[in-house]
Ligand binder design. Structure first.
Ligand code: GDP
Ligand code: MG
Length: 457
């Protein structure tokens, strides 16, 4: 999808004049790409109308100031904004409160990831100081309680369930009552999601809901749901009025086009994305980065703002840097300057997450850990010689001072000593630089995302 939209957007950039024909052609391509990623047909048609109307209104009001380049921006921005609108119903989801028994109930069809997500949620809130626990109210599937027991134990989260009790409503009520008495602050109720009859499933959900009175009900939805999303989410909404959506398996091939339709159909916000099978694979949801990812870009808007700030601070420097990036000639010294700049921009997690393809290691841990890591990168580059800094780093991979083979390059050893770090750390930093430089090469050039983004400003 990303590649298609990218291609569509860059064909807009090549068009000499932006007339109705060009806009129609672009919208056609964008809509085809969205349909292919399983965004609901009606929504796509609406989006097309809205973009057209918005663009026309802006042109009529003279927002383009008669310039083709501005007209292109108006079109691109209208598309991006309308897409963001689709996943942003403008509703604030429930926020658990400290010192209060917040009951969260998970609903969704079997296999969509409820049990996994319940544990992830418990871990998420536990990390934020909420005393958290899980109640397993799935009595339909054999082994459901074992699954909860195992994952909750692994996550060091309290749990409740039964091997013998067959009434899910009774278990849910017992568990919630017990944990409330024990002053738990986030009590997550996992449900079955499957029954002999669909009507029984919905009936069971209503009964559990009446018994535990959840502060928030969450619909857990598999990212690969596709065109069935609208009908399914509507059916759940009608019986278990959920106030939030979590889309799981976003780490797979599906980009979550169906999930967009669920949001639009039920006017309910997505709060998290499941991005893997492990306990910590839960990302906070934000509309703009999600759409950027759907479009195959990083957080365009965030990065654009960031680049504008950088450009405003030192326009000449940034022009030079952009040129180097484009030509794929980013030296170690340039890279160091970029890192220093990023460090001066604020929390690393915020900036780094905007840059597509940035090594994940950089993002791991807290902001303090991230900025410490960056500082060490600077120490390491500080210990390099001028000619090393101006190079593309390849000299570091040549072993032996006089051409004799050695395990570790003498340059690496020297830099490690000089910077008070280890050989491994220096090698890691060099690897990261190489990844970044390679990425810059791919990103640069006429059709790379750097260009696309600059044009979208
Ligand atoms: P439930 O039937 O709704 O309770 O679903 P489960 O929690 O048992 O999950 C079904 C399968 O999906 C399991 O194999 C999970 O490991 C997997 N799963 C759940 N969430 C994710 C996710 O975000 N990413 C990936 N890759 N797998 C997931
Ligand atoms: Mg389950």
């Amino acid at each position: 999808l990303g590649r298609k939209l990218n291609a569509a957007l860059s064909s807009l950039n090549r068009a000499p004049v932006v007339d109705d024909k060009v806009i129609d052609a672009l919208l056609k391509e964008v809509c085809a790409a969205l349909l292919e990623s399983d965004v609901n047909v009606k929504l796509v048609a609406q989006l097309r109308q809205k973009v057209k109307a918005k663009v026309k209104a802006q042109f009529d009001s003279g927002a383009d100031r008669g310039k083709e380049a501005n007209r292109k921006n108006v079109v691109q921005k209208a598309i991006f904004d309308e897409l963001v609108q689709l996943v942003d119903p403008g509703v604030e989801p429930y926020k658990p409160k400290k010192g209060h028994p917040n009951v969260i109930m998970a609903v969704g069809l079997q296999g969509n990831g409820k049990t996994t997500t319940c544990t992830k949620l418990a871990v998420h809130y536990q990390k934020r100081g909420f005393k958290s626990c899980i109640v397993c109210a799935d009595t339909f599937r054999a082994g459901a309680f074992d699954q909860t027991r195992q994952s909750a134990t692994k996550a060091k989260v309290a749990y409740f369930g039964s091997y013998t009790e067959t009434d899910p409503v009774s278990i849910a009520a017992q568990g919630v009552a017990k944990f409330k008495k024990e002053r738990f602050e986030v009590i997550i109720v996992d449900t079955s999601g499957r029954h002999k009859q669909e009507s029984e499933l919905f009936q069971e959900m209503v009964q559990i809901s009446e018994a535990v009175k959840p502060d928030m009900t969450v619909l857990v939805l598999d990212a690969s749901i596709g065109q069935a999303a609208e009908a399914q989410s509507q059916a759940f909404k009608d019986s278990a009025d959920f106030g939030a959506i979590i889309v799981t398996k976003m780490d797979g091939h599906a980009k979550g086009g169906g999930a967009i339709s669920a949001v639009a159909a039920t006017k309910t916000p997505i709060i998290f994305l499941g991005v893997g099978e492990h306990l910590h694979d839960l990302d906070k949801f934000a509309p703009q980065p999600f759409i950027s990812k759907l479009l195959g870009l990083g957080d365009m808007q965030g990065l654009m703002e960031h680049m504008q700030d950088m450009a405003a601070a030192n326009p000449e420097k940034q022009k030079e840097m952009a040129k180097k990036l484009e030509e794929g000639k980013l030296s170690l010294r340039d890279w160091r300057e970029q890192i220093q700049h990023v460090m001066s921009m604020g929390p690393i997690s915020k900036i780094a997450s905007m840059i597509p393809g940035l090594p994940q290691e950089l993002l791991a841990g807290s902001d303090e850990e991230g900025s410490m890591r960056m500082k060490r990168m600077i120490y390491i580059t500080d210990s390099m010689s001028a000619s090393e800094l101006d190079s593309d780093g390849s000299c570091f991979w040549v072993n032996g001072k006089d051409g004799k083979p050695e395990d570790i390059s003498w340059r690496v050893t020297r830099v490690a000593k000089g910077s008070g770090t280890s050989v491994r750390e220096v090698e890691e930093v060099l690897c990261q630089y190489r990844m970044m430089a390679n990425m810059a090469k791919q990103a640069g050039g006429k059709n790379g995302w750097m260009q696309t983004m600059q044009k979208m400003q």
